[in-house]
Design a protein around this ligand. Sequence first.
Ligand code: HEC
Length: 134
Amino acid sequence: MRRILTLAVTAAAFAAVPALADEAAVGRPPNPKTGEEVYRVVCQACHMADGKGAVGAGTFPALAGNPRLASPVYPIVMVEKGKGGMPYFSDSLTPEQVAAVVNYIRTSFGNTYPGTVTADQVKPFATPPAGSRR
Ligand code: HEC
């Protein structure tokens, strides 16, 4: 009995290895889809779970109560082109993911900005910033 249990545990451990390796390879769970998922995986480390930003090793502006999010274009451009310590994501997120996360930050953390962004509205901005070398 004990031997069968050991085998089962060993098999389970082996089965888990490729899944872990895949995740480590991309450094994030595969393909976040909803705005909340994208935020959690990509943005939260800097802008914090509550969207209030942080001051420490750098200054990460709050998205909560941020009047610049009133215009949907501003956050789209910021996410696609980056600025200073804010990386650009035009080469790593799809227009669908960018639209989803922009909609998420404009309607979360107490924000209630109207209007829903579509992937088609994001596409014109979905190229890396001029002069980028990645
Ligand atoms: C590596 C840290 C980092 C990550 C990851 C990051 N940001 Fe930022 N973000 C910054 C910094 C720093 C700024 C300030 C840039 C500046 O104004 O110079 C910023 C600015 C912004 C702004 C503009 C705020 C303002 O008041 O001008 C928005 C909107 C924003 N980020 C959204 C996002 C979203 C959405 C994501 C995820 C897709 C994200 N950020 C990921 C660091 C980060």
